[in-house]
Design a protein around this ligand. Sequence first.
Ligand code: ADP
Ligand code: MG
Length: 681
Amino acid sequence: MALHLDDNIQFLSGVGPKKAALYQKLNIETVRDLLYYFPRSYIDLTSPCLIADAPAWEVCAIRARIVAKSAPQYVRKGLTISKVKVADDSGSMMITFFNAKFMVDALKYDEEYLFYGKLGGSPAKKEMSAPSVYPASLPSAFIPVYPLTQGLSSKMIASNIQQALQLLDEDLDDPLPQSLRQKYQLCHLHFALKNIHLPDDRESAEIARRRLVFEELLMLSLSLRSVRNDTFAQTSYLCQKTDLTPFLQQLPFELTGAQKRAIEQVCADLQKSTPMNRLVQGDVGSGKTMVAAAASYVAFQNGYMSALMAPTEILAQQHYQGLSKLLAPLGMRLALLCGSMTAKEKRDVKERISLGMVDLVIGTHALISEDVDLPNLALVVTDEQHRFGVAQRSKLSEKSDHPHTLVMSATPIPRTLALMIYGDLDVSSIDELPPNRRPVKTYVIDSKIKQRAYSFLRDHLDRKLQGYIVCPLVEAMENSPANLQNAQEYADTLARGPFAEYQLGVLHGKMRPKDKERIMDAFVRGEIQLLVSTTVIEVGVDVPNAVIMMVENAERFGLSQLHQLRGRVGRGAEQSYCILVSDNKNPDTKERLDVLHRTNDGFKVAEYDLKVRGPGDFLGKRQHGLPQLKIADLSSNMDILMQAQQAAAELHESTSLTEHERTLLQQAISRILRSVGDQLN
Ligand code: ADP
Ligand code: MG
């Protein structure tokens, strides 16, 4: 009986309950899971060296026969050494094994084996110690190496996989339709699975890999497409060309060239019958909010409603206040919807919305989680998009019939990731800061000279300017390292000492939303001069009168995060400062923090972060809402990604698929969606 991909691996011999439990830790339960557990690399035994030619001190494979074995030597408790002499036509050498008596006993005189290991000794007298040993006739000369996990060795996994492959039904269903495989020259799934694990040669392994990478990226594209506003739809919210003069006249400043360009692009999108799908990328402080404001004004002039979703209540509040000032005089009616509002307040807002009495609704997740109807919703703007998962954004879009979408981000996303997350999105870059901005001066200091920093701060507060101090912790916690500052105690200490004469405020994520709002309002109005806070103020907060940002235990934060924090100052015409306090002596840390001293450019900071932390960590799985990729690598499989995206679009529109092919595709998509279930809900 042939094995099927959906069969449980317990049908394989040697997989008892104990091993099954270990496999389960790797999320391997079915034959499919097992066969989609890919080797990390291969040991190449295809072209073994002659002993005479084997390069000294390098890892290589030797094909040789056993000519002599010495009796195992007992060295001390727990260490037995066995020596074996092997030879080929070019010469001979000694191989040493440690604690491998059984293995050595099993080696047969005069029989050939493959030995894979590092060469030692001298050119005249070569040696190898503790190599891996393989029979000379192997099912494949590439030995797969699997990521090691506790309790399961690469060899055990390999042997289970080999067995599964032998039993696997050759006619297994391939989720990639035949027509698609033909067009993109992809091998059949059976060939791919066989050759990714036990390739006949390098080329077959490559063919298998390409097909599996393609499959993974295609399924990902299709699944994202299924949760995303589908881009081929027609929007019902076509906008007419709109005169922006009243909006521009209302602004207290002249827009930068980059802002004007972005707004022009957005306006052009809004006049098209396909929904806009645009990302506005620009460093902190580049004025992205104005693009959103202009877009919502255009929608308003066309009789439509817009929604703006922000990741935190503080930011939603601030957008509400700032945009009301700008847009209300133009006749627009704004509303705020946050989770912390009372049931009655929410009911009122929802009612106004449903009666068509709101032109721009601003809110947090509440916009999607609350049972709000958003009739006539033509434009969905997501601020600081990286804070939201793919599905959260699409849920907001689902509240209407193919609305236009605009996402705004200060986090530069590698192009590949952006493509993956948004599909065929257009990008507007705001690569210019408003004029009269002086670059923030950044200094890294140690706490010995903190008193001087305090006095510097006081000088600025005396000039009616404001500042922030950010601490890594909210309050003192058990087990937290003694040197870590917490916002609550820190503020108390300042209030009793160096800042006794000043108005201090404390802000952190554990406070009730109403209290946060109260503190933030007081800070905006200037009643609080110095705000001691956690990173809740990281995103978006805009108080141009604040000019000093001091960060305690700066080594605890990521560079991009520090750059975001720094972006809270330098928003007005005054010279601003960012003071990073760190007593960490690690040279890598110093070097890292120094990057901020050297540059104010968010892209450069992100680049450095990317280099040091790698793309996996860069956006964090949570933040971009993508599943863990098993085989594709977004930093190097760009060409396959493009093809997979094209194929996804074609499949999406295809009318020639059979019912069976459709079902198989649908099942593959559901599997992906299930695997990221928590992120996509
Ligand atoms: P971002 O969201 O891109 O970080 P904001 O939209 O919050 O930036 O804008 C930062 C600050 O710059 C705000 O105080 C805003 O009013 C101001 N601003 C925006 N555009 C301009 C401009 N063209 N000239 C002067 N100030 C501007
Ligand atoms: Mg912003």
